[in-house]
Write a protein that binds this ligand. Sequence first.
Ligand code: HEC
Length: 143
Amino acid sequence: MQNNDKNFKTMKKIILLSAMLFTAAIFISISATEDIVNNTIPGNEKYVVPEKVQAIIENKCFDCHNSNSKNMKGKMKLKFDKMAELKTHKLIGKLDNISEAVTEGDMPPKKAIKKYPDLKLTAEEIKTLSAWSNGLISKIAGE
Ligand code: HEC
């Protein structure tokens, strides 16, 4: 009987500990994505992603456009975790593609939106993304 009681207490401890670890893991993974989206290279901060833009990219683009994505085509075209490593002219090209893709309503792909309606960009988000990419192009090109 006493042994059972001890086992029960140990179980409770294990469950509590797992819950804590799980919560910590979620927090760590969220902040890790933010760092990845805003992957500036120290001393070379040409690629800057404001928080508001990071949030949109994380929620509506990142799953298909990162170097570990299962979406081969999406990953080939654009990797948000590697943007800062691009040469200036390549970076400008990608930013221009982003602005065009969102203003023309090509991204996220219509097929994906049909399956996951939450992926659809609002008019406000389209404005935010295109203002960011166009603004950054001017900033980089003007340097
Ligand atoms: C469900 C997966 C998915 C999501 C979500 C998604 N994309 Fe894409 N994206 C793709 C695929 C697949 C391609 C390649 C399309 C092709 O080659 O026809 C692509 C291509 C692109 C391109 C390259 C277009 C070009 O001109 O070459 C850009 C830029 C882009 N996506 C930006 C975005 C942005 C910005 C978001 C978020 C607002 C986003 N994507 C969300 C799958 C996705």
